[in-house]
Design a protein around this ligand. Structure first.
Ligand code: UDP
Length: 489
């Protein structure tokens, strides 16, 4: 087959949430940089940020195209315009959002018929995409967007159910068979495992379908690199038997070419990028704590006050990204806080240019909710972390950072809570900040973090582990597409 006239065509389908769309755009750029024709499928209101991210890229890709399918808000019982998890008005609408996601199968298949790609890379939240691709005789690859560690931990948890062997929610149990003797409590587990209410159970069913589609699909792409979690990459492939390609960190593959650190990711930043850099430039190396909880987490005002008090008591410089709950009122800072911390602290209300901030040399630590993108961005930046997991698979990622990589310390969150974080007191915040910023232990964690950052860069360089895996993946798909071509003749 003439690869010039009929290049490999991959259709990528990101889930409508920033934590999924951001890495998928990076993945699309990666494929495109290898001469692959890429079509990104999304919905009308999710298209502008994707277009913007591509326009802002220094490398211009004329082989990436965006196609939209309608998002059935009203049909699923959602308010008009609610096309992203970010815009779900309250937790009670979450089931309707996922009902809308199911309704996307038919328009997605119509698009496949029209586009005729050679392969589909669809987010985990579209388990039906495996069947859709099969109808067209093409492979479906799953993109989970999380670590090997959490993929393995959640499989072991499901398979062995070790949490059923303890008598209380706060007793520690070990995750059976998972390397590393990792211990957790029942309180830290997702409600799909521990609750019997209809909503939790409908999500448990969705996760069953996801696991099943993972096994039935052609394989899994993981945004990680071998050197970071080799034990778990091996376990995933060899013990759990899943075909995988680890090709991350996606975002830094093209860095050493023309690509620079992006200031636009997901949304327009709520602070001027130059102003932010100017502020950071006035600070000493490794002297600022950066705190951000991803794109979805909210805290109550009472928790925000504790955070403010903890940051102030630590005595360290900080950048704190805050999203408040409008229904919780405006009173979320202790009186006189901004005056007292003037020059020492910067509060970003809304969306921050996270990657740009993290990679500034003034950043000395990252307080993170342990969403996988954030953890990986922290690894790339070579900063130690304070882990503050909230929901999803974040408690697993916390274990990876604090007990396997040993580049961070837990703030001490006890309970998994959907979207709104659990309560942590100010002195725990102060203690954790001091622990990663001061003394011998902090020095060791920083050195380890810097080593991991070096490894991440090597993984994406020529002949690095992720670089080689990416080439192998593209070659395999090219060869498959050749056979598809022949069988269609
Ligand atoms: N992000 C950002 N600015 C913010 C909050 C988040 O740029 O103020 C980006 C962050 O860099 C990451 C993504 O949004 O790439 C969040 O993904 P993650 O997996 O960390 O968490 P999620 O939002 O899915 O919980």
């Amino acid at each position: 087959m003439d690869s010039q006239s009929n290049p490999l065509h991959i259709l990528v389908f990101p889930f409508m949430g920033h934590g999924h769309t951001i890495p998928t755009i990076d993945m699309a750029k990666l494929f495109a940089s290898k001469g692959v024709r890429v079509t990104i499928v999304t919905t009308p209101l999710n298209k502008p940020p994707i277009s913007k991210a591509l326009e802002q890229s220094k490398i211009h890709f004329n082989n990436i195209d965006i196609q939209t399918i309608k998002f059935p808000c009203v049909e699923a019982g959602l308010p008009e315009g609610c096309e992203n998890v970010d815009s779900i008005p309250s937790v009670s609408f979450v089931p309707a959002f996922f009902a809308a996601i199911r309704l996307l199968q038919q328009p997605f298949e119509e698009l496949l018929l029209q586009q005729k790609p050679h392969c589909v890379v669809a987010d985990m939240f579209f388990p039906w995409a495996t069947d859709s691709a099969a109808k067209f005789g093409i492979p479906r690859i799953v993109f989970h967007g999380t670590s090997f560690f959490s993929l393995c931990a959640s499989q072991c948890m499901k398979k062995y159910q070790p949490y059923k062997n303890v008598s209380s929610d706060t007793d520690l149990f070990e995750i059976t068979d998972l390397p590393g003797n990792i211990k957790m409590t029942r309180l830290q587990l997702p409600n799909t495992l521990t609750e019997n209410d209809p909503i939790s159970q409908s999500f448990a069913k969705l996760f069953e379908e996801i696991k099943d589609s993972e096994v039935r699909s052609y394989g899994v792409i993981v945004n990680s690199f071998y050197e970071l979690e080799n034990v778990y990459a091996d376990y995933y492939r060899e013990v759990l038997g899943i075909k995988e390609w680890h090709i991350g960190p996606f975002s830094i593959h093209n860095r050493n070419k023309e690509e620079e650190i992006p200031s636009y990711r997901g949304k327009e930043a709520s602070i001027d990028k130059h102003e932010c850099l100017k502020w950071l430039d006035t600070k000493n190396i490794n002297s600022v704590v950066y705190m951000c909880f991803g794109s979805m987490t909210h805290f109550l005002n009472s928790q925000l006050k504790e955070i403010a008090m903890g940051l102030e008591a630590s005595g360290h410089n900080f950048i704190w990204v805050v999203r408040t709950q409008t229904e919780d009122g405006d009173e979320w800072l202790p009186e006189g806080f901004e005056e007292r911390t003037e020059g020492k602290g910067l509060i970003i209300r809304g969306w921050s240019p996270q990657v740009m901030i993290l990679e500034h040399e003034a950043i000395g630590a990252f307080v993170t909710h342990c969403g996988w993108n954030s953890v990986l961005e922290g690894v790339v930046a070579g900063v130690p972390m304070i882990t503050w997991p909230v929901a999803a698979e974040q408690f697993y990622n916390e274990k990876l950072v604090t007990e396997v990589l040993k580049t961070g310390v837990p703030v001490g969150v006890k309970k998994w809570v959907m979207k709104v974080g659990d309560n942590v007191e100010w002195d725990a915040v102060e203690k954790a900040v001091k622990r990663v910023m001061e003394g011998e232990e902090a020095y060791e964690m920083r050195n380890k973090a810097k080593m991991l950052a070096e490894m991440a860069k090597k993984a994406v360089e020529e002949d690095g582990s992720s670089y080689s895996q990416l080439n192998a993946l593209i070659e395999e798909l090219r060869s498959l597409s050749h056979h598809q071509h022949i069988s269609q003749e």
